[in-house]
Design a protein around this ligand. Structure first.
Ligand SMILES: [Zn+2]
Length: 283
């Protein structure tokens, strides 16, 4: 089917008490793997690209691949700009055909974040595209951006932010970090419940690579409606390629490497979908 926006997908998740998995893709193989996983477990799915991925390929290229694969799929697929770094890039993504965008003003002060987010949300309304924003700082490496840890989202600020910007979904910081964890992350899960109580739009969990399944499940049960997975997919893909090259160093066909990478990503994604509870929820 044609690409769908994230709006209904996330509202359904909020109502149903599960989360939609959002998976960062870097190439055609990862696109096929993620959509193939969604087909197998009958899940709605979001595929997303960061600005550095967009720079590696292009908005049009990723749109072309995802739209083509989604067109053959029976499950709803959304293409989302992850961590949109500027007003301009967010608008370019909408023009390119992306059906959901994030504008990340979390590195700005509160008022500046609101101003930037509202500017994008206002334009997005004309396109009929939902906007995700971020308030508070998720630790670790966030694409090209470094953020400090332990700056969790304040519930009262989140409420004001959602009201004044008109965003469709909100990423909140509860102690997760992007990338893998050196130690065990200290998550403020109670914070999810507190924010859910005062913020009506679906909440988004970033930095889920390396969290335990139990942690993800609890965050979802407390109100997270979208969970992002990025680093793990890249590791699974590359590890599978490395393994093949170790076992069969004579391999030269990129298709052989792509096939094992694809299979590894697909299995990983299926597992995450089940943890998020979105399997069987395709409408
Ligand atoms: Zn993120």
């Amino acid at each position: 089917m044609p690409l769908v926006t994230s709006e209904q997908m996330l509202l359904d998740a909020q109502k149903g008490g599960y989360a939609v998995g959002a998976f960062n893709v870097e190439n055609m193989e990862m696109v096929k793997a993620v959509i193939g996983a969604a087909e197998e477990v009958k899940a709605p799915v979001m595929l997303q690209t960061t600005p550095s991925t967009v720079k590696y390929g292009s908005l049009d290229t990723y749109y072309g691949m995802v739209a083509a694969e989604a067109g053959k799929a029976s499950v709803p697929v959304c293409l989302h700009l992850d961590h949109g770094s500027s007003f301009e890039l967010a608008v370019q993504a909408m023009k390119a055909g992306y059906t959901s965008v994030m504008i990340d003003g979390s590195h700005e002060a509160f008022e500046e974040n609101i101003a930037l987010t509202k500017k994008v949300a206002d334009v997005a309304k004309a396109f009929g595209i939902p906007v995700e924003a971020e308030l508070g700082k998720v630790g670790g490496k966030e694409d090209d951006l470094e953020a400090d840890a332990d700056t969790n989202t304040d519930p009262a600020e989140a409420k004001e932010f959602a009201e004044r910007t008109g965003v469709s979904s909100l990423a909140i910081a509860i102690g997760t970090a992007h990338g893998f964890y050196a130690g065990t992350p200290v998550l403020d899960k109670e914070r999810v419940s507190q924010i859910k109580e005062v913020v009506p739009v679906p909440l988004v969990l970033h930095g889920a690579s390396g969290l335990s399944d139990e942690d993800v499940r609890e965050c979802v049960s407390r109100g997270m409606c979208k969970v992002n997975f990025a680093t793990e997919l890249r590791v699974a893909y590359t590890d599978a390629c490395k393994k093949l090259l170790e076992e069969k160093p004579e391999t030269f066909d990129p298709k052989k490497l792509g096939n094992v990478g694809m299979e590894a990503v697909k299995e990983l994604v299926k597992g995450h979908m089940k943890v998020c509870g979105c399997d069987g929820k395709a409408y």
